[in-house]
Design a protein around this ligand. Structure first.
Ligand code: SF4
Ligand code: SF4
Length: 171
């Protein structure tokens, strides 16, 4: 280990000058790599839950209740890792440089997106969010009449169609 004399340390310090900033009267240095709070675009989010699954401190939650599912972001728990933005298939999450996040109200630290839930058009079983269904219809080669069915009804319908296609009977 290199040992420096006090005189040498003083010399280096004088040459460098003051490196700390008098925040808040001076703006802090935010590097290009700096990560602050995330922002979720409600017009892009599908409610798929991928971000919730990767979030290490559970700052994101997705809770279905009655006819809606709410994606909630609690910035008080966020460790600003940016993993949610990396996995989001809809590019709905932006990592901002926002860091002045303190508040006297815990509610100010929460934000969310509310999604309408959809049910199977045949048996009424809960499928998932309307937004995710719409996104799937757009990107999938499967016809819409199959997409609006739950996996069980889809399998049944496909099985019947396959049998009829071979000239057999579905009954
Ligand atoms: S679309 Fe993105 S922001 Fe919305 S739930 Fe899925 S991963 Fe999260
Ligand atoms: S930045 Fe990290 S900790 Fe914060 S919500 Fe996203 S995944 Fe969770």
């Amino acid at each position: 280990m290199v040992k420096l004399s006090i005189a040498k340390i003083l010399q280096i310090a004088l040459k460098a000058g003051r490196v700390t900033r008098k925040y808040p009267s001076e703006q802090p240095l935010l590097t290009p790599e700096f990560r602050g709070a995330i922002r979720i675009d409600p017009t892009k989010c599908w409610g798929c839950g991928a971000c919730v699954r990767v979030c290490p401190p559970n700052a994101l939650t997705l809770t279905p209740k009655d006819k809606v599912a709410t994606l909630e972001y609690f910035v008080g728990r966020c460790i600003f890792c940016g993993m949610c933005a990396e996995v989001c298939p809809a590019n709905a999450i932006t990592v901002t440089k926002e860091f002045e996040l303190s508040s006297t109200s815990i509610e100010d630290l929460k934000s969310g997106v509310v999604h309408r839930l959809v049910r199977c058009s045949s048996c009424g079983e809960l499928i998932w969010t309307e937004a995710e269904l719409r996104a799937t219809v757009k990107s999938s080669p499967i016809s819409e009449e199959y997409i609006t069915l739950c996996p069980k009804c889809r399998k049944l319908k496909f099985g019947k169609a396959a049998m009829l296609g071979r000239g057999g009977s579905s009954e």
